[in-house]
Design a protein around this ligand. Sequence first.
Ligand code: RB5
Length: 146
Amino acid sequence: MKIGIASDHGGFLLKEAVKRSFSKIEFDDVGAYSEESCDYPDYISKACAKIQNGELEYAIVICGTGIGASMAANKMSGIRAALCCNEFMAEMAKRHNNANVLALGARVLGEELAFNIIDRWLNTSFEGGRHQRRIDKIHRLEGGRT
Ligand code: RB5
């Protein structure tokens, strides 16, 4: 499976560490490519656009806190970005919310915790059922028809 990954300067080092740690996963890294100051919407939107056009199913987006990255991602239709600070949130984000984007805060999480969060998100399945109905209602808030 190929996973999109994006960051701003604040998330750059964690993005690189994630790629090294999950060496069996193929990442589509859309930048940023250095710690030089940049604007997170520019990169986060590139990864999410690939989900919108069907090129990718999932993406990880990283900024300093994960807040701006998740805000930007959730402005894009069809994107369900979850800002997760622990493994339980990551598990529920997939089981109940079918989050297709995981947002992380590089200045909030240690590397080990970030890796564990990613691992839990990747290895949890969506439960469907009543949760799909709720997701459909979120989609309708975007103006979608489901
Ligand atoms: C950049 O300094 C910082 O504001 C950004 O990485 C992020 O934390 C925004 O939400």
